[in-house]
Every structure is written in C-alpha cells, then in structure tokens.
Write a protein that binds this ligand. Structure first.
Ligand code: AHG
Ligand code: MN
Ligand code: MN
Length: 335
C-alpha cells in the first residue's frame, strides 16, 4: 500500500482516541494552536512587503525590544484561544500577568502558556524564528484560571510543542506519546505528518552556545565548553561542530533532528539564566525527554522545578542525555 497522507488534525484526533474519556476539547485546542501558527506563518512570509518588519519602538515586560511581529503573534494566539471555552487562562512572554478569558465567555479545563515569537532578533534578517507552547490541565476547580494554574511543573505538561518558521514552516508536538513533526504545505494550507516519532540521534552532531559571554561564566561552565571543543587535556574529545541561530526554538529543532546539545547557562549578567522556565524551557524539556533526550538547569531536571513566578528564568542545558549529564558533572565538580 502507498504511504498515507496524515494531516495534523487527523493525527491529533487519533492520538486523543487513545484516551477513552477524552472529549475532543484537547484535540480542538491543539488544532487551534496549529491554525494560529498558520496565520503567523502567513504574516511572516509577506512581512517585508506589508511593513510588518522592525521594532514597535516599545520595550516589553522582559525589558527587551518588542518587534511588530512579536505583537502580531501574541495577539493572534490570544484572539484564537480566548473565546473557545476550552481554556481557563493563558500566559505569554509578552504579557506581565496571567491573561484572563474575557467576561461572558466560558472557561475550560486547560491552561496555555506560550512564547509567541522566539528569537525575534532574527526577524529582520529573514532567519528562523518560532512559537513555543505548553498546555496544562487547570488545578483550580472552576471560573477564571489562576496564577497557580500557570505555575505548574513541566513534568505535568499535557501537551507541548513549537511551530518553527524556517525555510518551511513546521509544527512539532507531543502529548507524551512520541514526538511528531509536521510540515506546512502552503498550497493547501495543511500541516502534513513528515517526521513521525522523532528521537534525538544517539550520535551527537552539534553543540550550540553563544561564546561571546564566556568571560561572564563560571569555571565549571567554561571547562565544559572546552571539553566539548576537545580542549580538555585530561580528557580530549573529538570536537563537536558548532551552530548557533540565537533563536532557542531553531537551535533546539536542530538538536532534536541532528543530535548534540544546546545550552544557555547562568552568568554574571543573568545569574538565574536568560531563558524563561514556563514558556521556553519547560515545553522544550518535555519534548526532549519524550524524544529520548534530557534537559537540566545544570544541577537537576528542568521538569522537576516548581515555578514561583510567571517570567522566572533558568539556565538551560538540553539535548543528548550524556552530554547534558556531562555538563552537570562539570558544574558539580567546579562550581
Ligand atoms: P525571545 O526572542 O523570545 O526574547 O528569545 C530570545 C532568546 C532565545 O531565543 C535565544 O536562545 C536567546 O535569546 C539568544 O540570546 P543571546 O543573543 O544572548 O545569545
Ligand atoms: Mn523566546
Ligand atoms: Mn519571544
């Protein structure tokens, strides 16, 4: 028989069928996220033509420059998900507080956390960016969702994924049962299954870190970097080739497909790390683990951290399990 064509909609529904008590709400929520991704991808493709490139001139809640497409992506996800009755609340990188469901619209059982556009400094040069998301079951009983609903451990993720706007647009997601990748066929506007059951390759291929900040880093981190480059005299390795997009989602996607490690450690500029736990590190850590990899803050599993604040930052080491554990060893020994 010829190979099947599987749309993301059908895939999501078939995954949900594995749970006899499922109501379909969860499937529809994931499908809405995929649709938001398509709208963002469309805007991105013609951004240079319709004046959507560049900065808004404003600074966001992270004290970082906000790009016009950051705002567009954020609004698209909120508008797509506010009125469906599926969510109790949302949290976004671009909003200080929990995003409530507007009055008069029903609330549902799930919570959506997201980085609407990750790597937005790449936008103006037509390089890869993405959207990262996590879905949790609410903890509160009913009514408006609470901050506590958004501050759940990564371990309790119901679904996690990302949409990457690169030379093609892809969506990768997991509900805990395998990691699956879909490529957008722009001519029909559908995400089609192209990468079923993704596993991080055993043979690591690339390491990924911004070396500019080496001087701000601890002894353990610096020694780990030297080890990766084959410069540890006591334990010389074959150096891993390096790649760095400066967009976590793209650096992670390569790590997932090709093997290796991405890390953004704490340093004296960012003593807690730069990346955000809830909507950057946790969804990718969950995906990594379901693909046979591992994510750590340098001392323990990212997925076991109990978040205390919406925009909490964390160091992140993610990808090949043995490389991430090697980073933990250097940190335990020297820091
Ligand atoms: P965002 O665009 O959502 O603010 O995230 C940017 C992050 C992340 O995507 C990337 O890994 C990191 O910033 C790059 O930081 P450096 O420029 O310090 O390397
Ligand atoms: Mn980001
Ligand atoms: Mn962002």
């Amino acid at each position: 028989m010829d190979e099947q064509i599987v749309t993301i909609e059908r895939h999501i529904v078939e995954q949900e069928r594995e749970y006899p008590k499922a109501t379909g709400v969860f499937s529809n929520l994931l499908y809405d996220i995929a649709l938001a991704g398509k709208i963002i991808a469309r805007e991105m493709t013609r951004a240079g033509l319709v004046g959507s490139l560049g900065s808004t001139g404003k600074i966001n809640v992270q004290h970082e420059e906000q790009m016009k497409l950051d705002v567009f992506a954020n609004q698209t996800i909120i508008r797509m998900n506010s009125f469906t009755g599926r969510l109790a609340a949302m949290a976004s990188e671009e909003r200080e507080d929990v995003i409530d469901i507007p009055r008069g619209y029903g609330t549902g059982r799930y919570v959506l956390v997201f980085d609407p556009l990750d790597g937005s400094s790449n936008i103006d040069i037509n390089a890869t960016v993405g959207t990262i998301f996590g879905v949790y079951r609410r903890r509160s009983e009913e009514g408006a969702g609470t901050l506590a609903d958004c501050l759940q451990k990564g371990r309790d993720t119901a679904a996690a994924g990302y949409i990457i706007y690169g030379s093609s647009t892809m969506m990768v997601y997991t509900t805990g049962n395998g990691v699956h990748g879909f490529t957008l066929d722009p001519s029909v506007g559908e995400f089609l299954l192209s990468h079923p059951n993704l596993r991080i390759p055993d043979e690591p291929r690339y390491s990924s870190v911004n070396h500019a900040y080496e001087k701000f880093r601890s002894e353990g981190i610096r020694r780990f970097g030297r080890w990766l480059r084959g410069m540890d005299e006591a334990d010389p390795q074959k150096p891993l080739s390096e790649r760095y997009f400066g967009a976590l989602v793209a650096d992670f996607h390569r790590t997932l497909l090709k093997g290796g490690i991405f890390y953004y450690p704490a340093d004296s500029r960012y003593p807690q790390g730069k990346l955000r736990l809830i909507y950057e590190a946790n969804p990718l850590a969950f995906i990594a683990e379901k693909a046979g990899g591992y994510a750590s803050n340098g001392r323990s599993n990212i997925l076991d951290i109990a978040p205390r604040a919406l925009h909490q930052r964390t160091p992140l080491f993610i990808g090949d399990r043995s490389l991430v554990e090697k980073a933990e060893e250097f940190i335990a020994e020297y820091d």
